[in-house]
Unconditional design. Structure first.
Length: 432
C-alpha cells in the first residue's frame, strides 16, 4: 500500500491528497441507454436477449416460481440458515426503532392545522447483484427495512447464473422465501433496472422506487431512470477507512483492510494513523495475510490501486479531521478512547467503534444497515433505513376564519412575487 504523509498539511489540503478511485458513471450512460430503451420498447424479448449476451444464460422463466425458492430454503445447511435468521432478527430489531415518528398535528391557530404524515412507498424494486460475490446479505438489508416501513409490494431482481440452471443464486432465492418475498425475477444488470423503472407487459409492473447496489452499469441505469422512479443512491465501489493509533492490533487492522479489498479490485482500503510504527507493522501484516487469502489477485489490485493508502497524520486530532474530510462508507475507530473519538465523527456512512466491531460485523449481523453512501457522499447522505422507504406528506386543513386571519399577508406576498392569480385565489374566498 502506498504511503501519504499529511503531517504538514491542513484541512484545505486534504481533498487533493486523500486517495480516491475513478468511478465515472457518466461514461457508462451511452452503454446502458440503448439497453434501457430496448427493455422499455421490446419488453421480455429484450430481457432474454440481454440475458444471453451479458449473463451467458437464459433463465427457464424470467419470474422465479415460489416452489423453487422454498426448495432453496429447505436445502440450506442448518448453520447457514441459523446465521441468516440471526441477521434478519437483529436487523428487524433495529428497524423497529428506525420507524418514523407517528403522524402528528400542529395547531397554528384556531381552525388552522397541519398534519405531518409518514406514508410508505407503494411498490419497490430491489436489485441484488450476483457478480464476483452473490450478495445474499443485500436481500436482508433491502427487504427488512422496506417491510418495516410498510411497503405494500416488493419485487426483487438478481442475475441468472449459468451454474444455477439459469436461476439467481440459491442463497438469494432461499432468503426471499424466508423473508416472504414472492415476486422475484431472474434478470440482471441495467436491464433489471429498466424493467423496474418502465415495467414489462405481462411480467413486471413498474415500481415507484429502486434500491440496491450494483456495478457501474447498474449505477448508470439508475441515474438514467431517476425521475421516472426514485432511487436510493448511486453507490460506487465499497470503501473502508480505519483511524488507528499505536494501541491498535496490526493483525486486526490488516485483516479489516483486506476484507474490504476482497469485494472488488476497485474497493478502497485506507488506514489513517499517527503511528509510523503501526503503519510499518500493518504493511507487513497486509503482505502476509494477502498471500494466504482466497482472492489474492483481487485483494492485491485493490490495495495497490490509487484508491487505497496508509495516511500518516500528526496526531489523532488531525486524524479526526482527515477521516471527516474523507467521509468513508465504513469507518472503524481503533484507538484509545474509541467511543469519545467516534462521537466527534460527523461524516461516515457507519462508524465501527473499538477493536471488536469490524466492518464484517455490520455486513451481516450487527443489526445495522450495510447499504451505505460511498465516494464521500456520507457528507450529505445516509444509509438505507426504514425512513428511506417513507415519504412525508403535509395535510393542510384551515377553516374560513383561520384563512381570513392571515389572508392579507398571503395576498401581499403573492403580489410581491407578481402572481396576482395566487392572491385572487385567497381573495375570492374572503371577498365574494
Amino acid at each position: 500500500m502506498r504511503l501519504i504523509d499529511c503531517r504538514d498539511l491542513n484541512q484545505t489540503d486534504y481533498a487533493a491528497v486523500l486517495p480516491r478511485g475513478d468511478f465515472d458513471v457518466t461514461s457508462a450512460i451511452p452503454v446502458v441507454a440503448p439497453i434501457c430503451e430496448a427493455v422499455r420498447t421490446q419488453g421480455q424479448a429484450a430481457l432474454r436477449r440481454f440475458s444471453e449476451e451479458f449473463d451467458h444464460v437464459v433463465p427457464p422463466q424470467l419470474r422465479v416460481g415460489p416452489a423453487l425458492m422454498k426448495q432453496c430454503a429447505d436445502s440450506l445447511a442448518p448453520e447457514l440458515k441459523a446465521a441468516f435468521m440471526t441477521s434478519i432478527e437483529r436487523r428487524r430489531a433495529v428497524c423497529a426503532q428506525e420507524v418514523a415518528i407517528p403522524d402528528s398535528t400542529v395547531t397554528l391557530a384556531e381552525g388552522a392545522q397541519v398534519t405531518i404524515r409518514s406514508v410508505p412507498v407503494n411498490r419497490v424494486g430491489l436489485y441484488v447483484p450476483g457478480g464476483l460475490a452473490p450478495l445474499a446479505s443485500s436481500v436482508i438489508m433491502n427487504v427488512v427495512p422496506a417491510q418495516a416501513a410498510g411497503v405494500a409490494h416488493l419485487a426483487l431482481a438478481s442475475p441468472p447464473q449459468a451454474d444455477s440452471g439459469g436461476w439467481p443464486h440459491p442463497t438469494i432465492l432461499a432468503l426471499c422465501h424466508l423473508l416472504g418475498v414472492d415476486e422475484v425475477y431472474a434478470v440482471g444488470g441495467a436491464q433489471a433496472i429498466a424493467m423496474f423503472a418502465y415495467g414489462v407487459e405481462g411480467l413486471c409492473p413498474r415500481v415507484d422506487m429502486i434500491t440496491g447496489p450494483g456495478n457501474i452499469y447498474v449505477v448508470a441505469a439508475k441515474r438514467l431512470v431517476k425521475g421516472v422512479v426514485g432511487i436510493d443512491s448511486e453507490a460506487g465501489p465499497t470503501e473502508i477507512a480505519i483511524l488507528a493509533d499505536q494501541s491498535a492490533s496490526p493483525r486486526f487492522v490488516a485483516a479489516d483492510l483486506l476484507s474490504q479489498a476482497e469485494h472488488d479490485p476497485r474497493a478502497a482500503s485506507v488506514l489513517v494513523t499517527d503511528s509510523v510504527n503501526l503503519a510499518d507493522q500493518v504493511q507487513a501484516e497486509v503482505a502476509e495475510q494477502a498471500s494466504r487469502t482466497a482472492h489474492t489477485d483481487r485483494v492485491s489490485a485493490a490495495l495497490g490501486g490509487q484508491q487505497s493508502a496508509i495516511v500518516v497524520v500528526r496526531d489523532i486530532e488531525q486524524g479526526i479531521d482527515v477521516v471527516n474530510a474523507y467521509a468513508a462508507e465504513h469507518l472503524e475507530i481503533q484507538c484509545a478512547d474509541a467511543p469519545a473519538v467516534a462521537a466527534r465523527i460527523h461524516n461516515a456512512g457507519a462508524i465501527f467503534v473499538g477493536s471488536y466491531s469490524p466492518v464484517s460485523l455490520g455486513d451481516y449481523s450487527a443489526g445495522s444497515t450495510h447499504v451505505l453512501p460511498t465516494g464521500s457522499s456520507a457528507r450529505h447522505s445516509s444509509g438505507l433505513t426504514v425512513r428511506s422507504f417513507l415519504k412525508t406528506v403535509h395535510v393542510i386543513n384551515y377553516d374560513e376564519a383561520a384563512l381570513d386571519q392571515i389572508g392579507d399577508g398571503i395576498e401581499t406576498f403573492a403580489l410581491a412575487e407578481n402572481l396576482p392569480a395566487h392572491a385572487a385565489a385567497v381573495a375570492v374566498r374572503r371577498r365574494p
